[in-house]
Design a protein around this ligand. Structure first.
Ligand code: S5P
Length: 488
């Protein structure tokens, strides 16, 4: 096997998000620090081609007879098996997954006779149960199955489980090989490798999905809530999220100031004082009576001087073509100056596509925070809507989504995404217009906030500079406590 080609493919799979690290809920019950989704490869013909090439080479080394059928485990492995079948000139069979609903339809499609041999192709193997399901169906039709070829073996017992049923598994990659390849290339840290290794060692699975070790409890050290911003920066898919994490780590502040004041002088005065304590200045350009280009220029020089980012809290909520115009045109020309913007997920993926279109020729990194929940009492957001928002954030436009605006700790599991949480005040409570507040400590430790938005808690204080520092200190302390709590 050509090791250089194999390693290059491993890195490419990581690059296209075919696997990622974080804290992922798995079918088997406990969360995994690594997640594979090889379904994405169909969108990358170069990857499909290389995988098929390498697997074809593999088959050659196994000296498989020319008449042996190939059968991909539905669904991800089907196109892979098709390519290999053509390249290696081996016939193919297709196993139906849903015969029950079709009644008279055959279980196995293709031309074969009882006693023929069949080689299984699979993408990712955890316990090996999917391979065994396919093997059972093939065997029930009289086919002989002794070997399976897989792209990735997660090393959680699949090889042993299939071997017990008379099927030898041959893998292109083991998870350990992929981890070492990424480590060698400087794409992940030693800590990540160890964390995944600990998980794999503990979470060995039988083919029925049960764990071999009783009471398996693996503390996932890739849980976002227990990770430092320095470490998380390496996980960020969105370049500006990575920069922001580094900024937060070096400036030691997670405070986002909501400068909801209506004159530019008031805002500039406030920011001059609070600038040293914040990582983001959040604006609502449409509430500033004397909004002007000069005002924006002054804000930008303050951002430069005090090292913070500017977020325009525009809460875009329209169709792609309209938000593109709202982002680039009109009196505010937001795309020209805002590092970050807030965006509702309501219209679907098109809203992100529309905003990104504006940035086609932009050299500055820019990003969005998607609203998955709101802080106001009686808001109409449902758990399904929030979950769908997270999916939207991590799919095709992941490079543009820096984080999520939300209130619950379980939504953001990927350490590369930032959680921004408004509704923060020293005194908890509800205002006369239904805004709900929690204390800085509660928001960080119980709500899982990374960055906390404080507006009137600072704006209405007698000494905003002093108060901004107080919020900064309390939020940073709460973050340090949270990291320690999860430390393993
Ligand atoms: O759910 C939300 C989302 C946002 S961005 N709830 C919010 O309050 N916000 C914004 O955070 C809101 O627009 C305001 O600018 C800030 C909260 O201000 P405060 O004065 O209530 O702290």
């Amino acid at each position: 096997m050509d090791q250089a080609k194999l390693k290059k493919l491993g890195l490419r799979l990581f690059e296209i998000n075919a696997f990622k690290f974080g804290d992922f809920q798995m079918k088997v019950g406990i969360n995994s620090p690594v997640y594979f989704d090889l379904r994405v490869i169909v969108s990358y013909p170069d990857v499909m081609d290389t995988i098929a090439d390498l697997l074809t080479e593999f088959i050659k080394t196994m000296k498989v007879d020319t008449g042996v059928h190939l059968c991909g485990v539905p669904y991800t492995a089907l196109p892979i098996a098709t390519l290999i079948s053509v390249k290696a000139n081996q016939p193919m069979l297709i196993r139906r997954k849903e015969t029950k609903n079709y009644g008279t339809k055959k279980l196995i499609e293709g031309k074969f006779s009882a006693g023929d041999k069949c080689l299984i192709i699979e993408d990712v193997v955890t316990s090996g149960s999917s391979i065994l399901d396919t093997v059972n169906d093939l065997r029930s039709e009289g086919l002989v199955v002794t070997d399976a070829i897989v792209v990735v073996d997660r090393e959680q017992g699949g090889a042993k489980n299939t071997e017990e049923k008379g099927v030898k598994m041959h893998s292109l990659f083991t998870l350990s090989y992929l981890l070492n390849t990424l480590l060698e290339a400087g794409r992940i840290e030693e800590k990540t490798v160890q964390s995944v290794a600990r998980y794999i060692e503990s979470a060995q699975i039988r083919s029925d999905g049960s764990f071999i070790k009783q009471d398996v409890k693996v503390v996932n050290s890739l849980n976002r809530l227990g990770m430092t911003f320095e470490t998380r920066a390496a996980f960020a898919v969105c370049p500006i999220a990575r920069e922001l994490m580094k900024l937060i780590a070096s400036k030691k502040t997670t405070l986002c100031l909501a400068a909801d004041l209506s004159t530019s002088d008031e805002i500039l005065n406030l920011v001059e004082k609070a600038g040293p304590y914040i990582c983001i200045l959040k604006t609502h350009a449409d509430i500033v009576d004397d909004y002007s280009e000069a005002f924006i220029k002054s804000l930008q020089s303050l951002a430069e001087k005090h090292n913070f980012m500017i977020m325009e809290d525009r809460k875009f909520a329209d169709i792609g073509s309209t938000v593109a115009l709202q982002y680039s045109n009109g009196p505010f020309r937001i795309a020209d100056w805002a590092d970050l913007v807030t965006v509702h997920s309501l219209p679907g993926q098109g809203i992100l596509k529309g905003l990104r279109m504006v940035l086609n020729n932009c050299t500055q990194p820019k990003g969005a925070f998607l609203l998955a929940e709101m802080s106001s009492q009686g808001n109409l957001v449902s758990p399904q809507y929030s979950a769908a928002t997270i999916k939207m954030a991590t799919e095709t436009d992941a490079e543009f989504v820096a984080g999520i605006v939300c209130q619950s700790p379980g939504l953001v599991t990927f350490p590369g995404l930032l959680q921004l949480t408004p509704g923060v005040k020293i005194e908890q409570g509800v205002d006369e217009l239904d805004q709900q507040y929690s204390t800085p400590e509660y928001v960080v430790s119980e709500k899982g906030a990374d960055i906390c938005v404080v507006g009137r808690g600072i704006l209405n204080s007698k000494n905003p500079e002093h108060t901004a520092k107080l919020y900064r200190d309390r939020l940073w302390e709460a973050y340090c406590v949270r990291i320690l709590k999860y430390d393993v």
